[in-house]
Design a protein around this ligand. Sequence first.
Ligand code: GLN
Length: 303
Amino acid sequence: MDYNSILRKIKVELSAQKYQGEVASYIPELLSVSPDKFGMHLCCLHSGTYGFGDHEEQFSIQSISKVFGLTFAMSLMGDRLFQRVDVEPSGDAFNSLTLLEYENGIPRNPFINSGALLVSDVLTSYLENPKEDFLKFIHEITGDDTIQINKAVFESEKTHGDRNMALLHLMKSFGNIKNDVDRVLELYIYQCSITMSCQQLAKAFAVFANKGVTLDGKKILSPVHTKRVNAIMQTCGFYDEAGEFSFRVGLPGKSGVGGGIVAVHPGQYAVSVWSPPLNPKGNSELGMYALERLTSLTESSIF
Ligand code: GLN
């Protein structure tokens, strides 16, 4: 496959695209990022890496961190995790409270905020120093110990955490949150404020294309658990747009309100894109377009 020329074509097509999305503003610090940023990086298991644009510039990974949280929690407690969080698509916005009330405080899946907060609660119970240990896990999965959080984004979200706090209290009222809600929220906001580039994200997600083993040969998850993470990305990675992403791109993936998206072609590659303007569902508009073009031009997806 001539990925070089395919990415070159996508770059040209992107420059002709008009977008209507808007950069996330409910976490004020995210607004300081230029809407014109665009990066794309493809990390193949057997045929090299390719990238263009701002693919080496770090940005706030936000909800992409939910995949790392889930992976870390599964590596600690395996399938028992799913006694406390379900694996069904929600069809609701990422920060919705609605289903939790009907479903007795059991989040629909680990990739909506309620589910990711539940995972943060699990990690808070298991880890001695949850924030430091989470960052160490990121260093292990990326093979890069320079990765840090953006402190301004962390502080900014801390002052706008009411909705996530409401989700935590609601789950706690059903007995499904075991720790102090402030501590759990702190870990969640911390993981969301990690900054990574498309290049670093694609390398990290190569684990999910490679049956749970990093490109440096470190075993992070079993093949069965890797299958589960990919399946949840496929069905729940884009909130109430998971069907649309599947339809257009045809790969498991995960988005974040920082404008990043990572997608995985099991056995072949992981790819990451970054463009801050979001569509009304909170997913990067141009990012989705670029990924759709990738699987169309390569004529290859999981379907
Ligand atoms: N930190 C953000 C929040 O909780 C993450 C949301 C997202 O990226 N979809 O609202």
